[in-house]
Design a protein around this ligand. Structure first.
Ligand code: GUN
Ligand code: ZN
Length: 434
């Protein structure tokens, strides 16, 4: 294959460590006038333009983005493809919201044509918002995942998804069985897992909608293939937590249900965890599991406030999730704006560099993909964004007053959204241009 080499000149910023572990100053690298060199879809060099320009082969095409910031692509560790058409469903909290709005909306994915149409809209929306990797719930229908992966493969995106397994406490038109859920998941794994940059996630919706038999088979699948993911929900809403106690009286608590069925591990991501207790955080950390923090969803459904300091105390891996359609935005910038307020309401702070970490390297670590994505380190996939300092008149004016990159970053997260993302690159290809 002939070598393709391109270079991008702009301000460059990426997380290189968790501020909770190394302190803020050691957690990031920033080049005010930087150069990012990309070769065959991977980053090959990063540094000050003044140093790198001289060493660049003379025929290298250089794209200059003055007044913009290049960051790694954002990583959404929890989102639902079949809920794209129901963002902003009025009035209910989790369990009534599922029955009233979610299940009927997801049932439309029985039609493969609908699945393909929404998958295209969904992927465009991810890229418009600067999300280059997402951990995605399909519907119970395997065709939802086929549609999603087919669209992601065309653009060579790094994506993770799975078909929902759900064999009780949901309408008949939307349930599988323990056996069919297992077989359909297995067929999808055979078809997609490890193809290009795609990965499969075994996806029991949450404990209340799976029988013990189904949870057993989900655990069995994880043992049958290397590097499979597992995604589900946990402790999002107090009524839900109470219901799980009633359904599984023999278990110590909500997490213990998943633990019993061997669903914890290094590639397991639990959405929400708003009402987790200290012991549960410790167990999640001990097993290398991760939690997806979904602030816009937790506000929208009135679920509660995620306790990030408690997760940090346990060195638990945390990523950021939009949780569309309970979440109200595809934008991880907007999600960080809300995450800041979640901390404020608990008397805590969220530094802009911790926020950057959560949206990039923290998400990559939650997914065990930090060798591939989440930073601008040489050798990793060239998935990156160009954030426009002049995206809106207010942003442009506000940033003129910013005294340093910390303030600039914080303002980008407070005022930013899809308009801020001027370009999105995946595997070195331009996949979104505003
Ligand atoms: N718990 C079980 N299913 C869902 C879902 O679709 N969205 C959210 N937010 N929580 C859930
Ligand atoms: Zn969810």
């Amino acid at each position: 294959m002939p070598l393709t080499r391109k270079a991008y000149r702009a301000a460059l910023l990426h997380s290189i460590a968790d501020p909770a572990e190394v302190g803020i100053e050691a957690s990031y690298e920033y080049f005010e006038d930087g150069l990012l060199v990309v070769e065959n879809g991977r980053i090959s060099a990063i540094g000050p333009a003044s140093e790198l320009l001289a060493s660049l082969a003379a025929d290298t095409e250089i794209t200059h983005y003055p007044d913009a910031l290049i960051t790694p692509g954002f990583i959404d560790t929890h989102i639902h493809l079949p809920q794209t058409g129901m963002v902003g469903a009025y009035g209910e909290q989790l369990l009534d919201w599922l029955n009233t709005y979610t299940f009927p909306c997801e049932s439309q994915f029985a039609d493969p044509h609908h699945a393909r149409e929404v998958a295209d809209i969904f992927i465009k929306e991810l890229l418009r918002n600067g999300t280059t990797t997402a951990l995605v719930f399909g519907s119970v229908h395997p065709q939802s995942v086929d549609a999603f992966f087919a669209a992601a493969e065309k653009l060579d995106l790094r994506m993770i998804a799975g078909k929902v397994m759900m064999d009780r406490n949901a309408p008949d038109y939307l349930t599988d069985t323990a056996e069919s859920g297992y077989l359909e998941s297995k067929a999808l794994i055979e078809r997609w897992h490890g193809k290009g940059r795609l990965h499969y996630a075994v996806t029991p919706r949450f404990a209340p909608t799976s029988t013990p038999e189904q949870l057993t088979l989900a655990g069995q699948l994880l043992g049958e293939y290397p590097d499979l993911y597992m995604q589900t929900h946990i402790s999002e809403n107090l009524q839900e937590v109470q219901w799980v106690k009633e359904l599984f009286p023999e278990r110590k608590g909500y997490l213990d249900v998943y633990d019993h069925y061997q669903l914890l591990g290094e590639r397991s991501v639990f959405a929400h965890g708003v009402h987790l207790c200290d012991d549960e955080c410790a167990r999640l950390a001990e097993t290398g599991s991760a939690v997806a923090f979904c602030p816009t969803s937790n506000f929208f459904l009135g679920s509660g406030l995620f306790n990030l300091p408690m997760a940090e105390k346990h060195k638990l891996n945390v990523g950021l999730g939009t949780d569309v359609g309970a979440g109200t935005s595809f934008s991880l910038l907007h999600t960080l704006n809300e995450a800041y307020k979640v901390m404020q309401l608990q008397g805590a702070r969220l530094s802009p560099f911790k926020s950057l970490y959560l949206a990039t390297l923290g998400g990559a670590r939650a997914l065990r993909l930090e060798e591939r994505i989440g930073t601008l380190q040489p050798g990793t996939d060239a998935d990156f964004l160009v954030l426009d300092y002049h995206a809106t008149p207010l942003l442009s004016y506000r940033l003129k007053q910013a005294k340093d990159i910390a303030e600039t970053l914080f303002v980008l997260m407070t005022l930013g959204d899809d308009r801020t993302v001027a370009q999105t690159y995946a595997a070195g290809n331009l996949v979104h241009q505003r």
